[in-house]
Design a protein around this ligand. Structure first.
Ligand code: SF4
Ligand code: SF4
Length: 400
């Protein structure tokens, strides 16, 4: 059994490394409309799909190749060269035109609007994910360019950089540096907003006066400005190293490059051990927001069950949103999705801690995500296709 720790301390990390080049890319397009067809040749940086949601970035080809197939939520590119599309110049105007240009270049600019408070989240999102550390150490200029660019849209009067105590967090531009305890889930945006402003907010609903971005968001915006090329990469912690990985790289390829053999029954988790999503198969490609890769061995991970709730209250005791995960899970289990709202399901920040502590090993986070998805379908005011409905998260290991 692996030992699991909630610590967000990253220790010393090595440089950011370039991931190997796969011979095919399975690019996720969960909320995009493809603008090309099967058989089309693309260059590095060719736009291949337009985001359907305001603020989501458009998708561009990370490598040159031929589009081999297009499925509802992904696109396969067979790599065949290195030719690049032309670079694009950023607009000189600030505000909305700059935001729209960044979105067109693939950056996620949702919620980047004029606001008096700008928060840079440098707290690792999950235990074992150290992607911000090499950026803060080795890519200061790019980060500062990213920050200058964001400032041209947000026009903040106060800026904060929030880091986990004990991790790298020197003075950064003219941000006030704040520290939070290096314990999960303190890196989740809602927790960071609360640490800075004292306000509790619902997931994905920052207060009107606050914009929050991660260190990697700044890095990607800085890279777009430096190069005039679209965002086609993500940064991932694999093992204890950090890599720049092309979007769409299959998880099986990454596991192979890391020297790992995936056996039947093992799970590849995209992201961290608490909030990550199990890949459907070895060919699934990583997205722009995939922060890590974990392999949960068949006999090492906690087994989720359909055990009934014991009513022990252990999940409630640990829930940072102070809601009742056990009751919500029962609503989902018996398809009483509307009732889950009576138990404040929308306050859940999806940290996964309840499932970790559940005495009955119930898949609590999975039940909660299922209920949120069903509620979105009922409301019909959201596009369910952008909500990931994969059932499993990786909740690794044993309690310390
Ligand atoms: S995932 Fe569980 S512990 Fe975390 S906020 Fe939601 S209900 Fe609470
Ligand atoms: S920890 Fe598990 S068994 Fe206990 S109340 Fe919560 S859901 Fe029920």
């Amino acid at each position: 059994m692996t030992t699991f720790s909630f610590s967000l301390q990253t220790g010393e990390t090595g440089p950011l490394e370039k991931g190997s080049e796969p011979d095919r890319l399975r690019i996720p397009i969960p909320c995009h409309t493809p603008i090309l067809s099967e058989g089309d040749q693309v260059l590095v940086g060719t736009k291949i799909a337009i985001a359907n949601h305001d603020g989501s970035g458009d998708m561009h080809a990370p490598m040159a190749g031929i589009i081999q197939d297009i499925l509802p939520y992904s696109m396969l590119i067979k790599v065949n060269g290195k030719d690049r599309a032309k670079t694009k110049k950023a607009p000189s105007a600030d505000g909305a035109p700059l935001k729209e240009w960044l979105r067109d270049m693939g950056a996620q600019v949702k919620n980047i609007d004029k606001a008096p408070i700008l928060i840079i989240n440098a707290v690792p999102p999950e235990p074992g994910i150290s992607i911000y550390d090499p950026l803060l150490r080795d890519y200061r200029k790019t980060l500062e360019l990213g920050l200058e660019t964001v400032q041209r849209i947000v026009k903040p009067s106060k800026m904060f950089l929030v880091a986990a105590k004990g991790n790298r967090a020197n003075a950064f531009a003219n941000c006030t540096v704040m520290h939070v305890a290096p314990t999960y889930p303190n890196g989740i945006d809602e927790m960071v907003i609360k640490a800075v402003t004292g306000q509790e907010v619902l997931p994905d609903a920052p207060p009107d006066d606050t914009v929050i971005l991660s260190v990697s968001d700044l890095y990607f915006i800085g890279r777009i400005m430096e190069t005039g090329r679209p965002l086609t990469e993500t940064i991932m912690t694999i093992g204890n190293r950090n890599y720049l990985i092309r979007v769409g790289t299959p998880v099986g390829f990454l596991a192979e490059q890391a020297g790992a053999t995936v056996q039947p029954g093992d799970r590849i988790v995209m992201g961290g051990p608490m909030r990550g999503l199990t890949a459907i198969n070895l060919e699934q490609g990583v997205g722009k927001d995939t922060t890590g890769l974990q392999i949960l061995r068949k006999d090492e991970s906690l087994k989720t069950t359909d055990n009934f709730c014991l009513g022990c209250g252990e999940c409630e005791r640990h829930c940072p949103a102070r809601i009742m995960p056990g009751m919500i899970s029962r609503c989902a289990e018996f398809k009483q999705f509307k009732r889950a709202e009576d138990f404040h399901i929308h306050s859940c920040i999806e940290c996964g801690i309840c499932g970790y502590w559940c005495k009955a090993q119930r898949p609590l986070l999975q039940y909660i995500r299922l209920a949120k998805y069903e509620l979105a379908l009922l409301r019909k005011d959201e596009t369910p296709s952008d909500m990931i409905v994969q059932a499993e998260t990786g909740q690794a290991g044993e309690k310390e």
